[in-house]
Design a protein around this ligand. Sequence first.
Ligand code: DX5
Ligand code: ZN
Length: 216
Amino acid sequence: MKCLSPSILAADYGKLAEEIRKVDEAGAQYIHIDVMDGAFVPNITIGAPVLADLRKYTDKIMDVHLMVKEPDRFVEDFVEAGADIITVHAEACTHLDRTISHIKEQGVLAGVALNPATPISTITHVLEMVDMVLIMSVNPGFGGQSFIPYTLDKIVDLRRCLGERGLKLDIQIDGGVTLDNIDDILDAGANIIVAGSSVFHGDAGANVAAFLEHMS
Ligand code: DX5
Ligand code: ZN
């Protein structure tokens, strides 16, 4: 199933609950929560306490993207705060297999993310363990960046690899997604679409509707 996951990084942090209500009511199936620690990426955003408050305002899937070093330290906090999916970066985990098991043991879905330059082969051995693979199409840390075109090839390669192994994982794309490149991204095989600036800059409700029309 194709789903839209608006990234609140691009929303007005002064009225996050209202911003989330807009995209929720417009039909977005996920809410993408970008968590940054200032160490794995050169930016700092929000922690579990903010998610716990936002959880009260939507029943949509809370899609938590941990851009933090050694994320095991925070898994329980984000589960307690209401995360439905916790995605960690392969590059940020000393023991990725153990971290994925740790997330699954909490009863939530586990995702693994790859930065643009990190090859798919990095996660070959854990594909049976995860529920979703996040392909970063920008270098993580900021919204509003331009889509990196070679990441389309990674989606194609990953979808082919999953097909050969009979795995039906979700492939999430994250970074620089717009109404101009969404069709190519869907054709490549991604089915969970993260969009920040192209949703929250302007009329968020109308932007969600426009994305969902392309995805139907
Ligand atoms: C970047 C984040 C992305 C970002 C997407 O590190 O992981 O989720 O917020 O924002 P746009 O869609 O504006 O590139
Ligand atoms: Zn993200």
